[in-house]
Design a protein around this ligand. Sequence first.
Ligand SMILES: Cc1cc2nc3c(=O)[nH]c(=O)nc-3n(C[C@H](O)[C@H](O)[C@H](O)COP(=O)(O)OP(=O)(O)OC[C@H]3O[C@@H](n4cnc5c(N)ncnc54)[C@H](O)[C@@H]3O)c2cc1C
Length: 619
Amino acid sequence: MGKMKDKDDLFESEEMKILEEARETQRHEGFISDLFLGEASFDYVRPFPEQSSEDKQKADEFIERLRKFLVEKVDPNAIDRDGEILDDVIQGLKDLGVFGLKIPREYGGHGFSQSNYRRIFQMVGSRCANIVALIAPPNSIGASVPILKFGTEEQKNKYLPQLAKGKISAFGLTENEAGSDPSRIKAMAQRVYNEKGEHIGYKLNGRKVWITGSVKDDGVPLGEYVVVVAKTKDDPKMSKKKLGLSTLFISSDLVGYTTPHRTRFGGLKAIYNGVLEFDNIFVPKENLIGPEGRGFKVADQSLAVGRLTIVSSCVGGLKQSLQIARWWCKKRVQWRQSIGRHEATGSRLVKIAYLTMVTDALAQYCAKLVDDHKDVRIPAMSAKVIATNHLWEALDNLMQIRAGRGYENYYSLKNRGEIAVGVERMWRDSRVNSIFEGENTLLSLASGREGTDDYKQKASALMEGDSKARLSAGLWMSKQLSKSFKRRLGSSHETFIYNQSKLLTYQLLRVGEKYRMTGLQKKQLVVGQLVARVYNLFLMALVLSYAEARNDKPLAKELADYFCLTVREEMTGAKWTTDWLLNGSHGRVDELAKRLMEGEAKWLEEGIISALEQEGVEI
Ligand SMILES: Cc1cc2nc3c(=O)[nH]c(=O)nc-3n(C[C@H](O)[C@H](O)[C@H](O)COP(=O)(O)OP(=O)(O)OC[C@H]3O[C@@H](n4cnc5c(N)ncnc54)[C@H](O)[C@@H]3O)c2cc1C
């Protein structure tokens, strides 16, 4: 066994070099990055950026057609039970153009905006997570985004029309030894030269695991294409050069391409995921996406926006959960009243409602950032972490509300004459969301790393810079310090966010002093706690703005206020005080739960395919 790497070496290592090279270097801009700098820049979230009605209209008709198809042809419970999606369903989705949602119209796609894409995935996510797993990679990280973002004109002209028509593409990064650490990738693409000594392509060898959308069955590929991230090196006859990670676009009918194993999981029973093997596959040079040696950059930056797919589908799951929760909280009577009228269970319903609202605000906000060509790097990675955690938390609460009927599966409930809604399936399917498309722990640490970049650069300048750089860094630090002592009086949520942003700067300066800013990334628990503070403040500001823009919607303001209150109670430790017992936020739960059960916040459930309606329940 190799010697364990010294922990201190890790951050100067190849792993970090790959991450650093993948980063876009321009400064971050937005509410979150400003929070790290001690600013609560409300202008970034206020007024709440709404999708225009003209843009909405562009997808309305398509969404209706897709809704009809999903209702008539897609049975999420049968798909889960059988572990298969019928070929007719896959073909039907292709015919509708579901695999080319954002591919521009000039290449035969729908050319939808990110905001319309969000609405589509919200609806699909509310219906069937296995269909999300089928259509998400081809629409994002599969091939369309890497080619759109990094492809040559030839690649765009050749492949985008095929992808828009429904050729399925997958994305292959992970290997047995290389999960979240891409430096351990072993798949190797060795340069191939012709007789004239011209570089004409690569010989690819290696093995990838867990590649979604690639394996229909053991030995049977699903899709037509895979984007593969592999190490590249020169032909040893030419040089010994290692050329870094590169991204290659390969076709699944190439000689040497095999799909030996379809993987099966605790949830997502019908995901077409598996192991890929490459045995001396010749890949022409024209199939390199982006520059040679910049493969992780292509992957990482394509994933940045790609991750918003999962955020949108989580909102669909949350809205579905809210509807089921309010129905059951009202319908189920125990101890003489509806279970939602008992405070402890009512509080679960209220929680699901505010998690839904906050996540909806987040998804809409991020989609609009993309459409407006604003900086979405930190918001998108944060949104992925937050949305997947929120859905899991909501489903856990829904499971508790449905209790025995939550844990019992759909067909068992149905066979004994009960109304069945598939909570157990949704719960199983949602667990993986925090694992793939960027594992959540590492993504939240990454947002901390990005957010504290200015501090790190100034700290490096202080330690290693010339006298001018040291002076300027010193001035910056002292400005941050004096800023950190500014406080406002008042008890509004806005004042709380403002004061907390100053406290955050103070804490960053203090931990930078103790652990050295340049070494802060080793203190993962410290960074994690700082990031949690940032996420809370961001969500508070966002949901207040979202509710302000929806002042005609019943309960919008009350739910936003309650959310902010509970966050504040948690952040300040207020829950442990006598005052909380006497005057805390719990005093609002009963009324909120009652109004939710009366259906006042039905508007929050818009845009989904209702599982209850499909079972004939009027809701
Ligand atoms: C259903 C499913 C579908 C998938 N689809 C695809 C796909 O289409 N394409 C693809 O390429 N991959 C895919 N994956 C792989 C997925 O992206 C990986 O599972 C993920 O990257 C994590 O890798 P790992 O499971 O090997 O975990 P590891 O990287 O081994 O991590 C294990 C644990 O260690 C922790 N850890 C690791 N490094 C650190 C660190 N530096 N600091 C602190 N903690 C750390 C992690 O947080 C995690 O909790 C899929 C996986 C699943 C389950």
